[in-house]
Write a protein that binds this ligand. Structure first.
Ligand SMILES: Cc1ncc(COP(=O)(O)O)c(C=O)c1O
Ligand SMILES: [Zn+2]
Length: 395
């Protein structure tokens, strides 16, 4: 039997997602200087990392340490993120005649959302690279997560959030000691404000896909799906997409696991779910060149999906094309209806984003994009409790 060694990161270099030019993984860098596009971490897949090595490891995302970018485990800033449960939604499946709908419930993460994953890895890597001041434009959940992880890591944290976001999202940032700035508008307006405040580059900007490491944390959702389902992937993954990091990360994880021989094809069809109020991904599928003019962004109760101009759009398009996936939009009314339905049948208070994923399944069925016999995995990306204010008619 092979002797287990202490885990060490197999990260080798950063690669421009547009032209593949490589950059040293030790560099403090946001986006690729060659093309101004997201940088992705590459790993040495020739070095042996076996899925059997996972046995007995801690039940959080750091169990995949070899395929994460942090070199020294003492730099890990963890609040116990990842390894969230996958539940069968048995009654809903039966009621609607589906053979199997599974839900990966990300509300079990620290600060109540899947954002903890990307932020834990990005903050850990920032610590390793000697960075101690972070700034983030956010739709809400990522700001709360960053504030918490910065508190743990003793880092300065500035969060910029749309003013209309429910108060809880703002209060949690301040509770964790972050400086909060609110802006009238959506996340793209917050991003502009972040650049304005940070014109001297005092802070490291960890905006979605504008640094290489959040997507590494999010990709662990892909590793977990494979491991928790005994290396048999579902037929379809239904994911509420805003900036697209989750979709891109899960797809990256599948690619890495294929290269390591952990899983086999076929891979799942990846579905991006958006709201009718803000649907750039759908616009980009209809008109890949001029999508930015194809819609008028409005706020939505699913705050995380109000991302009008995703920086990683070409990677989202690539993921959907390679997986034979598509984009579905749902309405605000459907989202509210879905939250009630899942609460009353399954006893889970999902976020509006998670409800959107559930509601998208009916559209997929109507269009003939899924079969009743398919194994469908949907994501609840956050806890409904964080959005309570939205249900009282306040916001
Ligand atoms: C609850 C929730 N779901 C989904 C998303 C979309 O995230 P992604 O960047 O992975 O598309 C967000 C982003 O803010 C979110 O807060
Ligand atoms: Zn490039």
């Amino acid at each position: 039997m092979r002797k287990q060694q202490d885990p060490y990161s197999l990260a080798t270099f950063l690669s421009c997602s547009n032209c593949n030019r490589s950059y040293p993984v030790s560099e403090v860098i946001n986006v690729s200087p060659c093309c101004n596009q997201p940088l992705l971490v590459e790993y040495d897949h020739q070095k042996i990392f076996l899925k059997e090595d996972l046995a007995g490891r801690q039940n959080n995302l750091w169990r995949y340490f070899e395929m994460l970018p942090v070199k020294d485990p003492t730099n890990i800033v963890s609040l116990g993120e990842g390894f969230t449960p996958i539940f069968p939604l048995k009654k809903l499946s039966d009621n609607y005649g589906y053979s199997s709908i599974l839900m990966k419930d990300e509300s079990h993460n620290p600060t109540g959302s899947f954002k903890a994953r990307g932020i834990s890895v990005a903050v850990s890597r920032a610590k390793e690279l000697g960075i101690d001041k972070l700034i983030i434009p956010t739709a809400g959940n990522a700001g709360g997560a960053l504030a918490a992880y910065c508190a743990k890591a003793e880092m300065d944290c500035v969060v910029i959030m749309p003013a209309h976001t429910p108060d809880l999202f703002k209060n949690e940032c301040e509770l964790y000691g972050a400086k909060l700035i609110t802006v009238k508008g959506l996340i793209d307006d917050c991003a502009r404000k972040a650049n304005e405040i940070n014109n001297k580059n005092e802070y490291f900007n960890i905006s979605t896909l504008k640094e290489p490491y959040r997507v590494e944390g999010k990709k662990t959702m892909g590793y977990e799906i494979a491991e928790q389902l005994s290396w048999q992937l579902p037929d379809v993954i239904v994911y509420p997409a805003g900036g697209g990091t989750g979709l891109i990360g899960i797809w990256k994880a599948f690619d890495e696991m294929l290269k390591m021989g952990w899983i086999n094809k076929p891979l799942p069809k990846m579905i991006a779910v958006q709201t009718a109020n803000c649907a750039p991904i759908k616009a980009a599928l209809q008109d890949p060149e001029h999508w930015e003019k194809g819609f008028t962004p409005k706020p939505t109760i699913a705050h995380g999906l109000a991302v009008p101009f995703p920086f990683g759009m070409h990677l989202i398009q690539k993921t959907l094309a390679e997986s034979n996936g598509e984009a579905i939009t749902v309405t605000e009314e459907e989202i509210l209806d879905g939250i009630n339905e899942i609460a009353k049948t399954e006893g889970i208070f999902v976020s509006p984003e998670g409800s959107a994923a559930w509601k998208a399944i009916a559209y997929l069925k109507q269009k003939g994009s899924i079969k009743d016999s398919d194994i469908i995995l949907l994501f609840n990306t956050a806890s409904g409790y964080k959005y309570m204010e939205s249900f009282n008619g306040k916001k």
